[in-house]
Design a protein around this ligand. Structure first.
Ligand code: ATR
Length: 276
């Protein structure tokens, strides 16, 4: 019987997840369809109950529901619990809905697709201390990165994440990070700065960036953010957010179908759509 999957969010019209997952279903010969569903915050509880009742096999959760959905699910896996956010819901065999979070590991997979796993003991700087940074920090720790610094406008939020990590981690201001930028081998930008239609610009300078550095952005629209452009001009290796988007989706797909989709196969299609 045909299976149904979805992504819920507000807004949802521009989500690239339906294109990606439907392509994978087709490639793997799975009889399933993935739909975008617009769900307003006040309707979230009823929407989750409806998905359960209708027997939807799984769904993704995007802005602004990732945190608020938690009480409406039957179970949370450890990573989603630790992150306080859910991006993937799986219908278990007994019909219960369980929340997962594949964002952090999705990012790390996309980073290592470009740089390999040989830099796990080098110094990493995370810019930003919101939900995305939290997920990435825990994912870095879980696969063996040993030296993480988090810089943020609100340093207390960076301190909070550092306190929850078991590896040595430091919280610093954006200014301090800019001043000592030449100490870091890997930089990861996790704020909305550079995102299409975002007004956010962060007071952060790449002046001291080493040309041997790796600079990753979680923003994927546009593919080339102002930060990545400056980094590339300085000779650094850049990693756009598109890989994170694809890998978080691939991990969700694996939870749902127990099959691994080909991350490269959809990349061309997404690049064409994003005008890259
Ligand atoms: P997400 O869940 O996507 O990570 P978030 O939790 O709202 O989103 O976090 C956004 C991040 O961008 C935070 O690190 C935030 O800094 P604060 O913790 O100080 O709020 C950062 N950010 C957003 N707007 C910013 C701005 N104008 N200047 C500097 N940092 C900004």
């Amino acid at each position: 019987m045909k299976k149904w999957y979805a992504v819920i969010g507000d807004p949802i019209g521009h989500s690239l997840s339906p294109m990606m997952h439907n392509e994978w279903f087709q490639q793997l010969g799975i009889d399933a369809t993935y739909l975008p569903i617009h769900v307003k915050e006040e309707d979230l509880e009823a929407a989750v109950a409806s998905m359960k009742l209708l027997g939807i096999s799984g769904f993704n959760v995007t802005i602004p529901h990732k945190e608020k959905i938690r009480p409406f699910l039957d179970a949370l896996d450890e990573t989603a619990e630790k992150m306080g956010a859910v991006n993937t819901v799986v219908r278990l065999e007994d019909g219960r809905l369980k929340g997962y979070n594949t964002d952090g590991l999705g990012f790390v997979r996309s980073l290592e697709e470009v740089i390999g796993d040989a830099k796990r003991h080098e110094k990493v700087l995370l810019i930003g201390a919101g939900g995305a940074a939290r997920g990435i920090a825990f994912a870095l720790e879980s696969i063996g990165y040993t030296d993480v610094t988090i810089c943020n406008r609100t340093v207390e939020k960076a301190q909070q994440i550092c306190a929850e990590l078991t590896i040595p981690a430091q919280a610093i201001s954006l200014n301090t990070a800019s001043e000592q930028l030449d100490e870091y081998a890997i930089l990861i930008q996790t704020t909305p700065a550079g995102m299409k239609n975002s007004q956010v610009t962060i007071p952060f300078s790449l002046e001291k960036l080493k040309s041997s550095a790796i600079v990753a952005d979680i923003v994927y629209n546009p593919l080339m953010t102002p930060l990545l452009q400056v980094a590339q001009d300085k000779g650094a290796t850049i990693v756009s957010g598109l890989g994170m988007f694809i890998h978080q989706g691939a991990l969700a797909f694996e939870y749902w179908t127990k099959q691994s989709p080909d991350p490269t196969a959809v990349k061309e299609q997404l690049l064409t759509h994003l005008g890259g």
